[in-house]
Design a protein around this ligand. Structure first.
Ligand code: CAA
Length: 287
């Protein structure tokens, strides 16, 4: 089975920082790219804060924390990705932003056999593969937030992905990263979001209609169904802007009203209430 030793992660937001962290903790050489110095510094401190949390909870020793940090390098220049075996793209959930990154990675990686994976939740993987000269080496690899905690990875081959690439990426996620893989077809939402997003937007509609308060909706699902967090708190964790983008992609694909982002979600995103990352969503958070 093909091994990936040098991993690149493009984007160091909520998901990219988690992916970079689990790869570094698995002993891989990880190069992380962000758009500018400020985003890079924020991404680096996100990874460090998460490693510190692991140290505090006893999941990680001080030596393991140091070793993981030593395996991580940061750059604002995608040209430095030329030696990577596997690059995971985790930039904003917007088709034009992702396709621009894929074109750039395709140029930088040249004619070699490097694999480009997208952590998209809902954008068709084939649309990203199609802007490259290597569609057989493009695959979806979808992680869950918080990446160090959630055990699942969805692997999504397109109609053009080589079977050897799907197998190698599956083996990588399972054996190197210790995750459990489910395979999904290249349909917006894959397995998990196809079920999760209608539930989350239904909770927003319930709040919007005045049927129940945010606390009661969340308590209902936590205490009544043993979910680790209620749907509105989970939306705050995912990011309301990301959830809106996923819902839009799914609505675009299927034209099902149950996927359409409700007006309250759109208004909150427009108002900058993006959830935990902006300090305010359905709930308020300390920085
Ligand atoms: N990084 C690393 N570890 C973290 C963490 C983070 N960001 N957040 C929590 N943890 C760890 C803690 O260290 C703790 O570990 P120990 O039990 O070993 O001490 C454990 O997770 C539990 O954390 P807390 O006690 O602080 O908090 P909690 O019990 O309330 O759990 C939670 C927090 C893990 C987020 C939990 O509420 C949960 O699993 N929620 C559901 C999250 C979920 O559904 N994620 C999927 C979202 S969908 C998605 O990501 C895909 C998409 O495309 C939208």
């Amino acid at each position: 089975m093909r091994e990936f030793g040098r991993v690149g992660v493009v984007g160091c937001g909520l998901m990219g920082s988690g992916i970079a962290e689990v790869c570094a903790r698995a002993g891989l050489d990880v190069l992380v790219a962000e758009r500018g110095a400020e985003a890079l510094a924020a991404g680096r401190s996100r990874v460090t804060a998460s490693l510190d949390r692991g140290l505090r909870s006893g999941k990680l020793s001080a030596d393991e924390r140091e070793a993981a940090l030593a395996r991580l390098e940061f750059t604002t220049d995608l040209d430095e990705f030329a030696d990577r075996d596997l690059v995971v793209e985790a930039v904003a959930e917007q088709p034009d932003v992702k396709t621009a990154v894929f074109k750039e990675l395709d140029r930088v990686l040249g004619g070699g056999d490097a694999v480009i994976a997208s952590n998209t939740s809902s954008i068709p993987i084939i649309d990203l593969a199609a802007v490259t000269s290597r569609p057989q080496q493009v695959v979806g690899v979808h992680f869950f937030n918080p990446v160090p905690v959630q055990r699942l990875v969805e692997v999504i081959p397109t109609q053009l992905t080589a079977q050897s690439v799907t197998d190698a990426v599956t083996d990588f996620a399972e054996r190197r990263l210790g995750k459990t893989v489910v395979h999904a077809q290249d349909r917006a939402g894959f397995v998990v979001n196809a079920l999760l997003i209608p539930y989350l937007v239904s909770a927003v509609r319930m709040l919007e209609s005045g049927a129940a308060s945010a606390e009661d909706i969340d308590n209902g699902m936590v205490l009544g169904c043993a979910h680790p967090m209620g749907p509105l708190r989970l939306l705050d964790l995912i990011g309301l802007d990301t959830a809106q983008s996923i819902a839009e992609s799914m609505y675009d694909e299927f034209k099902e009203p149950l996927y359409a982002p409700p007006p309250l979600l759109r208004r909150m995103v427009a108002a900058g209430a993006l959830g935990r990352k902006s300090g305010r969503g359905f709930y308020a958070y300390d920085s």
